[in-house]
Design a protein around this ligand. Structure first.
Ligand code: PMP
Length: 437
């Protein structure tokens, strides 16, 4: 690790200098997460195109991080650049609709099966607003999530199943407004009994979940689990929100279309804007009608749903172009084929060294965990984390021109990711394991 740290420092003098010049940034970075890096400072971006990044020192990387899914469409895809460039010159922040939004909404409806769409700037906000709407419509106070989920900086979601089996604040939760058990319930992923026990209290407005966990490794659903969730939520009068921000990797209609799911609300963000900030939520016809009929809810001013720049012309032009021209059915077919090759190769290498690790894939997204068989819920998966080993692998790869997401052992394919890029990753990964073992 010391050798890799030294190599990193040698390869990145410009990034180090830039970091040292950032005295007036909190933590020296524009956003505190950018300090999550295996080196002693972050790599500074010069340019990014497709699945290639060049840093300020001229180092080129094959990028499997893709902005933690923000760039699943590839960096600066040409149709998005063209649409945004054209739009940017004709008004940025007017709080007036443009017709791109209706086209994007129709495309989201076609893909995900929900008819009524609204836009935010982040997936976090899409989740926050969906939660508010479902609290309002049910009159119930609580939201249920899965232990070790991630849905953005949403207060209600920062809850885990504690050692005694009851809900507890997630470690490190910053400045919770109230004890999270007042607003939330929690169940393990793949645990229908636990879910039923919690829903039976009758106070849960909505279950907010990813159809597969993707922020604590990839935890895939057991056969019948998602159907069971739908049946239980219906039986207990609880709405179901599928957060497809990451599981969109499963295909053009995300996990919802891939597994034939029927959520009442779907939230998404990141990739649908091709890198331009956007979030969105889609409502069932029944919910849209129920909400429109509620004169007591202030949906057009300061009632707590919406934002000044949400639905802005640039986000809408970018979303339309991304959905219509970049993350198409054909693009997903290629991305998923590449990801399959990535996963197969990874399994072969890991098996070659006899390591008790597992590989999970969800469409275009592949991740390995330091446990086999693959963990079945968030708590099990969290217990297999090994920060030192993760840092070593990230740094070893970065020093040889390959980027993985700092938060994961995750590799995501974009339309430009090639089999040669996969082979390059695997060659370096193999060399890292050879040294380790
Ligand atoms: N939902 C999921 C499933 C996510 O993974 C994330 C971010 N990692 C979010 C929501 C929040 O996205 P953002 O940070 O863009 O608001």
């Amino acid at each position: 690790m010391a050798r890799e740290r030294a190599t990193f420092a040698d390869r990145h003098p410009g990034s180090r200098a830039a970091y040292q010049r950032s005295d007036h940034l909190f933590g020296r970075v524009p956003m505190t997460w950018m300090n999550k890096t295996a080196g002693d400072f972050p790599v500074y971006l010069a340019t990014a195109r497709g699945n290639r990044i060049v840093d300020v020192d001229g180092n080129e990387f094959v990028d499997f991080a893709l902005g933690d899914t923000g760039a699943m469409a590839g960096h600066s895809p040409a149709p998005v650049v063209a649409a945004v460039t054209e739009r940017v010159q004709r008004g940025l922040a007017t709080m007036m609709p443009t017709e791109d939004a209706a086209v994007a909404g129709a495309e989201l409806a076609r893909r995900f099966g929900l008819p009524a769409w609204s836009f935010a700037l982040t997936a976090t906000d899409a989740n926050r607003w969906a939660i508010r709407l479902l609290r309002a419509v049910t009159g119930r106070p609580k939201i249920l999530v899965n232990s070790y989920c991630y849905h953005g900086s949403v207060d209600e979601s920062l809850i885990v199943v504690g050692p005694d089996g009851r809900g507890a604040s997630r470690e490190g939760n910053v400045g919770a407004p109230v004890d999270v058990t007042l607003t939330s319930r929690v169940a393990e992923f793949n645990d229908l009994e636990g879910l039923e026990r919690e829903l039976a209290h009758g106070d849960v407005a909505a279950v907010l979940m990813e159809p597969a966990l993707t922020n604590i490794g990839i935890v895939l659903p057991d056969d019948g689990y998602l159907a069971g969730v739908r049946e239980l939520t219906r039986r207990h009068g609880t709405y179901l929100i599928n957060d497809e921000t990451h599981t969109f990797s499963a295909g053009p209609g995300g996990a919802t279309a891939f597994w034939g799911l029927e959520p009442d609300v779907l939230t998404i963000g990141k990739a649908i804007g091709g890198g331009v900030p956007v979030g969105a939520y889609g409502l069932s016809a029944e919910l849209a009608d129920a909400l429109s009929g509620r004169g007591d809810l202030d949906l057009v001013d300061m009632g707590g749903v919406g934002g000044t720049l949400a639905g802005n012309p640039v986000s809408m032009a970018a979303t339309r172009a991304t959905l219509q021209e970049v993350l198409t059915d054909a693009a997903f077919a290629t991305m998923i084929e590449t990801a399959s090759a990535f996963a197969d190769g990874l399994i072969r290498i890991i098996e070659g060294y006899g390591l008790p690790w597992s590989v999970s894939r969800l469409g275009a997204r592949v991740e390995y965990r330091f446990a086999s068989p693959a963990p079945r819920n968030g708590t099990e998966s969290a217990a297999t984390a090994n920060a030192e080993l993760e840092d070593f692998l990230h740094l070893y790869l970065a020093n040889r021109g390959v980027l993985l997401t700092p938060f994961h052992n995750m590799a995501l394919m974009c339309p430009e990711t090639s089999l040669a890029d996969v082979a390059r990753h695997h060659e370096i990964f193999d060399a890292a394991l050879k040294e380790l073992t």
